[in-house]
Design a protein around this ligand. Structure first.
Ligand SMILES: C[S@@+](CC[C@H](N)C(=O)[O-])C[C@H]1O[C@@H](n2cnc3c(N)ncnc32)[C@H](O)[C@@H]1O
Length: 228
């Protein structure tokens, strides 16, 4: 297991709540050793991966369960957007009737209800993969400060599962994103797709957390699973 870290500063005027997701995507593509022609992207969002592909490909299928995201996804004769939920095995049964030669998923599979089943189905395609998944030390200090249990799976849980199905290269990257103000930081948490909306904290508790949070940055932990 390789471990590395990256640091960046959030620029509020730039207004992007996808800073980390964009870094994750960049790294995922850098780690991808192939230039596949028939691509499947699970949890494609508004198409960041599709837009980043610079090589010539034949067909790109992006799957997401958020219609608002799919609307923003690029579309063309060779780009297909599929409305589907990766927690529903009928999605995979349908997709398995097509041929893909590569499976990507960036910043999405942390929301798999049953990652074992999702990996089992990904394995059935029998093609190389590049997956980036957020893990439990994301927002670690924030969770510790608020005495919240992490929502996401640990590195070891994901590694154990990937070894069962893929035995791929496994890298952990810790990201730190620094903010100018606590207010910017909490706005980012709310807007980024990473935290999932969990309204376990009352307004008063959030105010307290904002006062007590000891860092000027947020922590993110992401595992990269890429075929050798
Ligand atoms: C953080 S965004 C990442 C989007 C894109 N892959 C990127 O790197 O910019 C996570 C995406 O996963 C999608 N997603 C989450 N759970 C899903 C599910 N069960 N089935 C399909 N898509 C899902 C969300 O709708 C969202 O578009």
């Amino acid at each position: 297991m390789k471990i590395s870290s990256e640091f960046s500063k959030y620029a509020s005027h730039y207004g992007s709540h996808n800073v980390i997701q964009n870094q994750v995507l960049k790294r995922l593509l850098e780690k991808t050793k192939y230039e596949p022609k028939n691509i499947l992207d699970l949890g494609c969002g508004s198409g960041a991966l599709c837009r980043s592909i610079e090589w010539h490909y034949k067909h790109f299928t992006g799957v997401d369960f958020a219609p608002g995201m799919l609307e923003l996804h690029p579309k063309s004769k060779k780009i297909e957007c599929v409305y589907g939920n990766f927690n529903d095995i009928t999605l995979f049964e349908n997709l398995l009737t097509y041929r893909y030669d590569y499976i990507f998923s960036a910043s999405a599979l942390q929301w798999a209800e049953d990652l074992n089943t999702v990996f089992k189905y990904i394995k059935k395609f029998n093609v190389p993969i590049s997956l980036a998944i957020f893990t439990s030390n994301t927002f670690k200090t924030l969770n510790d400060t608020a005495s919240l249990k992490p929502l996401l799976r640990t590195i070891d849980e994901v590694n154990e599962l990937q070894r069962k199905y893929f035995n791929a290269e496994f890298e952990v990257v810790n990201y730190k994103l620094e903010f100018e103000s606590v207010r910017d930081m909490f706005r980012y948490i709310k807007q980024s797709g990473v935290s999932a909306s969990r309204s376990v904290l009352s307004y008063k508790q959030i105010k307290q957390l904002m006062r007590e949070y000891p860092l000027n940055y947020l922590e993110f932990e992401v595992v990269f699973i890429t075929s050798r």
